[in-house]
Design a protein around this ligand. Structure first.
Ligand SMILES: Cc1cc2nc3c(=O)[nH]c(=O)nc-3n(C[C@H](O)[C@H](O)[C@H](O)COP(=O)(O)OP(=O)(O)OC[C@H]3O[C@@H](n4cnc5c(N)ncnc54)[C@H](O)[C@@H]3O)c2cc1C
Length: 379
């Protein structure tokens, strides 16, 4: 069987890896450089932002994905010798009196339902474990078992493993159109340089750029870019110990002491670059939430385009009207957390095994309901 994967982000690369392991002849085509878009830019928190705002089917998919991470880590590190920096940081949500959204009761109910082990900490207990937090907090929600991964390291390990397995990943090769038989089934792709690749199946893993390619082939895939800007602070290891999340910003302490502060949610199309406004908003949030970081130096800034969907959920499966065309896109804020299960389900499915998780909520043919809480931000 021959499969072409369009898009060398984490979703396309990891699915290509799983396909290859099932004996598929797989080629990945990437319009730019490998693994340099959303998957590279993301924060790598292995827990959705406010998962209680999503339907239960989403948490079920997340849980199935996170269960695969320990084995994925071991496999990648054993096969490549590369440390993906997946570490258990725990996650704290500080709660202030003037928070516009009070997450406590929904978070508690979600955590109890899915056995995520929430702890409600008093202000003193929270400051005992994270002394640089604001002393103005009323309480904090704490999940001890939340992990993070460092995206560029994860991607590097996946790439090294793909090379080892002999998977061809071709850069600067933009797919301009899908090739179809007269019956309408998809049988390959053509690049903007006019090169064709025949295939038994094509996987569209094109992140934020999915909508146009789908439209050219006559089906709707409402995926839009949601820009996120991030800053990196330089601190000493141990200055911040836990991932800290709030509606205004989140903070991810890396192994080397650096702290990633993110991220804006911007509905600005494909406008690249960092802005002074975003920098000052993220620094302001840092001062308010974690004053102990206020003197840390800003070392770096970057941005990425999250592949947003109207209901916050990915599109996963075969396109009903186009036999042979599969999609795995629209992972929005959760593509790193969802990558292991996406790759497994998609590879199995393309190779003929039905998923043992109910995938209806993620069907590419659904008409997604716009969600105010997890859909697109205001323009
Ligand atoms: C600031 C920020 C913070 C984030 N934080 C987190 C987090 O903490 N946890 C989490 O789980 N997720 C997070 N995410 C989301 C996560 O990064 C994404 O959901 C995930 O990376 C999407 O992966 P992808 O492979 O679908 O997309 P991408 O990584 O964008 O890859 C898509 C690839 O397809 C290529 N492509 C597009 N069109 C074509 C074409 N026609 N031909 C060939 N190639 C094409 C693109 O060039 C690109 O390389 C964050 C994202 C951002 C931006």
């Amino acid at each position: 069987m021959k499969v072409v994967v369009i898009g060398a982000g984490l979703i396309g690369l990891l699915t290509a890896l799983r396909l290859k392991q099932q004996g598929v002849d797989v080629t990945v085509l990437e319009k730019g450089k490998v693994a340099r878009e959303s998957s590279w830019a993301g924060a790598g928190i292995l827990c959705p932002i406010h998962p209680w705002l999503y339907p239960d089917s989403f948490t079920e998919l997340v849980n199935a994905s996170l269960d695969l991470y320990p084995d994925l880590q071991a496999e990648l590190e054993n096969e490549t010798g590369h440390d993906i920096q997946r570490i258990k940081s725990g996650l704290l949500i500080p709660c202030f009196e003037d928070d516009t959204i009070k997450h406590q009761s929904a978070a508690q109910a979600w955590s109890d339902q899915f056995d995520w082990g929430i702890q409600r900490l008093t202000s003193k207990q929270a400051l005992d474990i994270e002394p640089n937090l604001s002393t103005n907090i009323e309480e904090a929600l704490y999940w001890q078992h939340v992990y993070q991964v460092r995206n560029p390291e994860l991607l590097k390990a996946v790439m090294l493993y793909l090379q080892k397995l002999g998977v061809e990943v071709i850069e600067h090769s933009e797919v301009a159109q899908l090739l179809e038989h007269e019956t309408g089934s998809v049988c390959g792709v053509q690049t903007s340089q006019g090169k064709t690749y025949e295939a038994d199946a094509v996987l569209l893993a094109t992140g934020s750029w999915s909508e146009n390619l789908a439209a050219q082939s006559g089906f709707d895939l409402p995926v839009k870019p949601v820009k996120g800007q991030i800053i990196l602070l330089k601190t000493k290891p141990g200055t911040l110990k836990h991932i800290v999340k709030h509606d205004d910003a989140y903070f991810v302490p890396r192994k080397d002491g650096r702290v990633l502060v993110g991220a804006t949610m911007e509905n600005v199309g494909f406008a690249r670059g960092n802005t002074v406004k975003a920098l000052s908003e993220l620094l302001e949030a840092t001062q308010r939430l974690i004053p102990g970081l206020k003197h840390a130096q800003v070392e770096q800034q970057w941005m990425g385009f999250r592949p947003g969907s109207p209901d916050g959920l990915p599109f996963l499966g075969e396109v009903p009207s186009k036999q042979g065309l599969w999609v795995a896109t629209g992972h929005y804020r959760n593509g790193v957390a969802l990558a292991p299960i996406t790759a497994k389900v998609m590879a199995d499915w393309i190779c003929g095994s039905q998923p043992n998780i109910n995938m209806d909520a993620f069907a590419p043919s659904r008409t997604p309901k716009e969600s105010e809480s997890v859909g697109y931000p205001q323009a």
